[in-house]
Design a protein around this ligand. Structure first.
Ligand SMILES: Cc1ncc(COP(=O)(O)O)c(C=O)c1O
Length: 420
């Protein structure tokens, strides 16, 4: 009976779907009807297509995208290199089991090893999954070293490491954990950028320190110079592992291929995801040889991890993202972005702080920013608020000077109107 009723309902909504104009409002209503309502603060815009730094909605309106897929669109939307790699690989082979050897997976791992501290790579599908693997690896390494009592991982308050159960436990933000308790055990939190507190927190149970080199989702917090080096020292003194979550700030976002390179520090493990395959789902765990050895045969795996499509596209994306000319371009654009944000601050007393590096920036305001985000949307600029009073900017790294000017000028106009 329920089945019949459901198919009648489905038929009726399909008829409606054909009749109704499919505008933004329509998709907002359909999303409210059919999807989990888990994403807070969504903007009322349904995306149809993208090109470079722009997105178009289903009504044909163009927007400058400064959310940048939250860091997945480093190479811009519909990048011709990515499109061509997807087409080429899709016509050959999308997926095979990891019971076989996948040439593009091996090639991408080789590229990552050649360009970073790592000796070996494991592929999965997302940032949370990569982080979860990193924590499993740290625990396993401790056991293999004959120290099974060391299983706890110390993370930072205000961090973000993903949405799986273990990764919300790793994330040092109560709001992410709320309602899902009890949390898996094995994580402790210390203030970010506080070496003294971190050193004090390490005890006989600790197996690793796990931090973002710059906190992204938490509101773009850049630690003091020497913090990453200090973490390395604590790890060396206590013979524990250093893990960097580079999911948001890796892959040239900060003007360095990996954000930790800024301080010339090498971790034992680092995680990547987001734009590694130009927008196709991928995650990667990079590790030093001795540590990677702990994931021996049968210890870990992932059905889709490192599949031919994601890794063939990953090769195209990573070659571009890691090229010295691309990095130089990001640094130059980042300096210009910072200059324009500072000019904006001088004109608006509601801006209290600007933080960031390279092409990841945040502005703190003395007032809530939701209405600024909504007005900017109407004016054709997509922005993301990480907290009630903080705007975060993650534009595609291919952004042009003129597009920085365009976004700043919209923001300036909106801020002026907001005060009136
Ligand atoms: C630093 C960091 N780690 C992990 C994640 C989770 O990545 P994913 O959403 O791909 O699981 C994010 C996502 O924003 C992130 O910024």
């Amino acid at each position: 009976m329920r089945c019949c009723w459901k198919s009648l309902q489905t038929l009726e909504s399909e008829r409606k779907f054909r009749r109704v104009a499919k505008n933004n409002k329509y998709y907002v209503e359909m999303a409210q009807r059919y999807l989990f309502q888990n994403y807070g603060g969504q903007l009322p815009m349904a995306v149809a297509r993208g090109k470079g730094c722009y997105l178009w909605d289903v009504e044909g309106k163009r927007y400058l995208d400064w959310i940048g897929g939250r860091g997945t669109a480093n190479l811009g939307h519909a990048n011709p290199r990515i499109v061509s790699a997807i087409k080429k690989q899709a016509s050959r082979l999308l997926h095979v089991t990891n019971d076989l050897f996948i040439p593009s997976q091996i090639e991408l791992a080789k590229l990552l090893v050649e360009k970073t501290f790592a000796d070996r790579v494991f592929f999965c599908n997302s940032g949370a999954e990569a982080n979860e693997t990193a924590v499993k690896l740290a625990r396993k390494f401790s056991k293999d070293q004959g120290r099974p009592e060391r299983f706890e991982v110390i993370t930072a308050k205000g961090s973000f490491h993903g949405r799986t159960l273990a990764m919300i436990a790793a994330t040092g933000q109560e709001k992410v954990q709320k309602g899902f308790e009890p949390m898996p055990s094995g994580f402790r939190y210390v203030p970010f950028d506080d070496l003294e507190a971190t050193a004090k927190a390490v005890d006989e149970k600790t197996c690793a320190l796990f931090v973002e080199p710059i906190q992204g989702e938490g509101g773009v917090y850049v630690p003091s110079n020497g913090y990453l080096k200090g973490l390395r020292k604590i790890c060396d003194e206590n013979k524990i592992l250093l893990i960097f979550d580079e999911v948001q700030v890796g892959l040239s976002r900060t003007g360095e291929l990996m954000a930790h390179e800024q301080e010339g520090v090498t971790p034992d493990i680092a995680t990547l995801a987001k734009s590694l395959a130009g927008g196709v789902s991928i995650g990667a765990v990079l590790a030093r040889e001795e540590v990677a050895q702990s994931m021996g045969p049968g210890t870990h795996g992932c059905t889709f991890g490192g599949n031919p499509l994601a890794t063939a596209v990953g090769i195209a994306a990573f070659r571009r993202l890691s090229s010295p000319s691309f990095l130089k371009r990001v640094r130059t654009a980042g300096e210009y972005f910072q200059k324009k944000l500072n000019e904006l601050k001088k004109c608006h007393s509601t801006i209290t702080e600007i933080r960031g590096r390279g092409m990841i920036w945040a502005i703190d305001f003395s007032r809530p920013v939701r209405s600024i985000v909504e007005r900017c949307l109407r004016e054709g600029l997509l922005l993301n608020a990480t907290c009630e009073k903080t705007l975060r900017f993650l534009p595609p790294l291919v952004i042009e000077k003129s597009q920085i000017n365009e976004g700043i000028s919209i923001l300036n106009r909106v801020l002026k109107e907001e005060i009136q």
